[in-house]
Design a protein around this ligand. Sequence first.
Ligand SMILES: [Zn+2]
Length: 291
Amino acid sequence: MADNYCSNCGENLNNAKFCPNCGTPVVQKGTQTEEQYFRTQSNAFNGTPPKQVKNKNLGCLVIALIIPIVLFVVLAYAGQSSFKDTASNHATTSQSSKVASVSPTGNSNDIVGAAIGITPENLLTVKDILNQCGVVPIKIKHDTLLDGYGNVGIKGYRIETNSVKNVCLYITPEETVSELRYSNDNMYENGKVVKTLDQIINQPDLELVGETKGVNNGYSLNIEGTIKNNTIMKYSYVQVTFGIYDNAGNKIGTAIDNINHLDKKEVWKFHAIGIVSGTGLKYKLDEISGF
Ligand SMILES: [Zn+2]
């Protein structure tokens, strides 16, 4: 299996669907030329214009490029400080939810509106989705590399927040959000919020998802549940261990299960068994490990 590289940032894609570094969808096409590689490298999200400018009217171009940048910086700075004000005003009254702490209207902090250019009503919906997902843009810009992903006419935007670059937002021609993604994880898809940015950033590589169910029959404790490989790497081996406790809180044994080969994003339904006598036993996750 040959390595492939991101057309935007050059990251090794490791057969991922989206670049783990910048979120650009992987389009299977011919190998990129060296020239394309360096051209896209200089385009990486940093607000600087491409370097290869071949034009006699260099002065005009420089001025034309500087004005929007200066404006952008000024607006971004104004936006940031107004967000801080909003956040601290809310701090005393809000229900301590990070996601809900930003006003959906955004007030003067309208870098989203400036970048996307849709009707104010549809913009509110977009901002509401960003808020629900905990995405607070400090920069946002259109990126043609993201355009057309999933469907024709879809426009892709890169959002930078205080914690990450390259949140990818996709807007349909009907001015709705088709997808909001960070790296290889969706925050919003098929019309609903599925995860917040915080959840994606903080998620463990191997995650116990949903409820576990323990059945204690007097001579063993059988624990069922699911573990998800959140990474885009394949694990050769994964093991889960639970500690088993009696009514007095003493540890009396362990329940273990393991599996060979857990693929990227794959969910493992485990069945951990501990051979212990007694009833009314309790259990608690000790460790999920893998390599
Ligand atoms: Zn990339």
